[in-house]
Design a protein around this ligand. Structure first.
Ligand code: HEC
Length: 131
């Protein structure tokens, strides 16, 4: 009886962890929040605040590639599907405009493995005077 109870407890804990890990917000808390902070305000200018500029960036192919290839995102220890989920969660949470084109796993895979040499310069180019 005691063993059954222990096994059931372990099983429910495992299931709980699996669900928690699949949730984009949990991924954000574990893999991104250390630098971007719990409310996305980051530490400008080094770590930009998550705000409506994300919507501008997500509206162009080059901008979307940038959002996927910034080192914090591309080198995180989550798979492509999970990274798509976190980026969509970030966009939905921190932009005012609805994002019509969510990231798909295939788009993450296409961009993620091409290293980005100078994120700050590319960001300036993409946003122009918006920053
Ligand atoms: C070690 C610190 C660190 C961690 C952890 C981190 N980032 Fe970042 N992030 C940065 C920095 C610094 C920048 C600015 C671009 C650059 O220099 O890499 C940035 C920029 C970004 C941007 C572009 C924002 C903009 O307005 O230009 C996105 C999107 C992003 N990160 C997503 C993520 C995601 C998703 C995770 C977690 C999976 C994550 N980051 C984890 C440091 C981090």
């Amino acid at each position: 009886m005691r063993w059954t109870l222990l096994l059931l407890t372990l099983l429910s804990l495992t299931l709980l962890c699996a669900f928690a890990a699949a949730d984009p917000r949990s991924h954000y808390m574990i893999h991104c929040m250390g630098c971007h902070l719990n409310d996305g305000r980051g530490l400008p200018p080094e770590v930009p605040a998550f705000d409506n500029k994300l919507a501008i960036l997500a509206a162009s192919d080059k901008g979307r590639e940038y959002l996927v290839t910034v080192p914090g995102a591309s080198q995180s220890l989550i798979d492509d599907a999970a990274l798509a989920g976190v980026l969509n969660w970030i966009l939905a949470t921190y932009t005012e405009e609805p994002v019509y084109q969510p990231f798909l796993e295939s788009e993450i895979s296409r961009y993620r493995y091409t290293p980005l040499a100078n994120p700050a310069r590319l960001r300036d180019e993409l946003l122009g005077a918006a920053d």
